[in-house]
Write a protein that binds this ligand. Structure first.
Ligand code: CP
Ligand code: NVA
Length: 331
């Protein structure tokens, strides 16, 4: 496989930094790497390189996607959890970045402040990949767009609705990605949880060049009419665990259920979720929610999550193929 070299050496912090052509290249590369993986064709494109995987916050998909993708590319991954290294505690982000950059060929970071991943990229001298911050989750968007291309069709003009906490990292990143790729993107959320106005302005400025549409509303009909896909995420993101009561009160009417799917008027509407999901409460946190609030699910019903509309596990698998594409193109 002949890899394009125009993204070589670049960090991947948010989709703001990439053109629609760059994003198209990442998606095409991801689809091709998926095809190769399925047909058993090896693609050890970066044999002998080594990458550091830094996780301040927990992860299943992102950690595993980076690990498997790295191994498939011939790259050795080293996992460094929150309590394993000095970062930000005994040593500045700047110094840690400089040290890791002397040893590794690339660095993934998942954590709280977006400025941390920016500082790592500023000082490391090697590509840094954002595996989620409080503000953005850009690798997730590549997997989401791959999945939409597989199950719905071209992104241009595709009607995608994000329902829920409209100011979280997922809503922010989907909005930017949609603006870049010509998507008719709608955020359906209560006004208290609408995204930052400056980010909406930025997305709309981009949208004016790509024919994307960016709508932020609390009106169900405006948001849901003829939607191709509904996307939701947890009501309380990592780091906000004190906000369950407030979010449940605000977001209960925005739960994705069969009634909401019907309101799209599209019998083939797809359901996406970045996961993990509270579609049942069969988890430690979930049991607490059930006992305190009497809910048996939160952002999506178990019925919708398990229905034929749901493409969430294809989406989860695509995290690996798309992260592999990002690493392959930037290393
Ligand atoms: N979607 C996602 O980022 O999942 P993890 O938190 O498990 O990595
Ligand atoms: N908004 C969620 C996304 C998890 C993949 C969080 O930040 O916890």
């Amino acid at each position: 496989m002949q890899l394009a070299t125009n993204l070589k050496g670049q960090s991947f912090l948010t989709l703001k930094d990439f053109s629609p052509e760059d994003i198209r290249l990442m998606l095409d590369t991801a689809h091709e790497l998926k095809r190769q993986k399925k047909s058993g064709q090896p693609h050890r494109l970066h044999e002998g390189k080594q990458v550091a995987l830094l996780f301040e916050k927990t992860s299943t998909r992102t950690r595993c996607a980076f690990t498997v993708a790295a191994n498939d590319l011939g790259v050795a991954p080293e996992f460094l959890g929150a309590s394993d290294i000095q970062l930000g505690k005994k040593e500045s982000v700047e110094d840690t970045a400089k040290v890791l950059g002397r040893m590794f060929d690339g660095i993934e970071f998942r954590g709280f402040k977006h400025s941390t991943v920016e500082d790592l990229a500023k000082y490391a001298g090697v590509p840094v990949w954002n595996g989620l911050t409080d503000s953005f989750h850009p690798t997730q968007i590549l997997a989401d767009f791959m999945t939409l291309e597989e199950h719905v069709g071209p992104l241009d003009g595709l009607k995608l609705v994000f329902v829920g906490d409209g100011r979280n990292n997922m809503a922010n990143s989907l909005m930017i990605g949609s603006a870049k790729m010509g998507v008719d993107f709608r955020i359906l959320a209560p006004s208290e949880l609408h995204p930052d106005a400056a980010l909406v302005d930025l997305a709309r400025a981009t949208a004016s060049e790509t024919d994307a549409r960016i709508t932020v509303t609390d009106d169900r009909t405006t948001a849901l009419m003829n939607a191709d896909a509904i996307y939701t995420d947890v009501w309380v993101s990592m780091g906000e665990e004190d906000k369950f009561a407030e979010r449940i009160a605000l977001l209960r009417p925005y739960q994705v259920n069969s009634q909401m799917l019907a309101e799209t008027n599209n019998p083939n509407v797809k359901f996406l979720h970045c996961l993990p999901s509270f579609h049942d409460l069969n988890t430690v946190t979930g049991k607490k929610i059930y006992e305190e609030y009497g809910l048996d699910c939160m952002e999506v019903t178990d019925e919708v999550f398990r229905s034929e509309h749901s493409v969430v596990f294809d989406e989860a698998e695509n995290r690996m193929h798309s992260i592999k594409a990002v690493m392959a193109l930037t290393l």
